[in-house]
Each structure stands twice: as structure tokens, then as C-alpha cells.
Design a protein around this ligand. Sequence first.
Ligand SMILES: [Zn+2]
Length: 168
Amino acid sequence: MNITENSVVSLNYTLKNHATGEKIEETSIENPLVFLYGVQAMIPEFEEQLAGKIKGDLADFSIKAENAYGMFEDEKVAMIPGNIFHGEDGKIDSEFFFIGAMIPMSDNEGNHLRGKILEITEEHIKMDFNHPLAGTDLHFSVEVLDVREATSEELEHGHVHGEHGHQH
Ligand SMILES: [Zn+2]
């Protein structure tokens, strides 16, 4: 069958940085990406590129940063007072807080977000809350491994069940 709304799609892909060709991530035949098509689980343009494809089809395409994880926004880089990170000894625990560490945080409204530490001084920690792929043009090489119709239960839940899906 063709990939259409409410299909369950299994695919193997390699994601590269479009500009540099550097590999960002890849799946394998043993561990493919399996998702319910048409419920906004994926980047919209990623789904558009796969519309109508069948098992065995290949696709090779790029998605601009603004249509993927967004552009890098300077406003999402914040200075946070260092004392928030102090342990009982009044110091920053260097085991957890170091340049490049990804730290789970929450904002004033209680939303969870991850920030990457860019800089640590005595007074502050500079953190970047942009998505790690913000500002990156993406390139996907995709192989469609399988397409099947979603069960009514999967549609109700909005996700895939079974192997590589939700086990419940
Ligand atoms: Zn479910």
C-alpha cells in the first residue's frame, strides 16, 4: 500500500548535515523508525516527502533549517545566576555542570526544556536552549521498509503498537 494518512510506516534513514555532509544519526534494519503517518509526529516536510511511497522505495531529500528544527535564536541563550546550581557546599558541582553538558531545566510556567552549558563563571552559567539542530539544514536518505494500515486502537492512541512501538 501507499503511504497515506493513518499508515504505519517503517523506514531506515540516514540523517546528515546538508551543508557539511556530517552524519547526525541513522537507524538500522534491526532498529528502524516506525511511526504513525499524518499525526504530526514528524517534521511536516519529512512526511510530505514520503507521501504515496511504497515498501522498497528510496527517497533522498533536504529540509531547510526553518522547516526542520527552526533557526538559531539568540533569545534562547540565557545567563542564569550561578547560585541556582550551587550544591550544599556553595559551589557548582563540576561532575554535572561543565561546558557542553545538557541540563534538564524548567521555565517559569513549568515547561521542561534542556539547555546546553556554553560558559561557566563565578557569577553565572550561560546556557543555550535552542534545539541542538536549530539552524541546521538537514539531508535525509530514506528506505521505506514497510507500510501497513494502522489498527483502530493505534489511531485512537495516536501512536504505533507492537515491536518498535508502544508496548502496552
Ligand atoms: Zn497505545
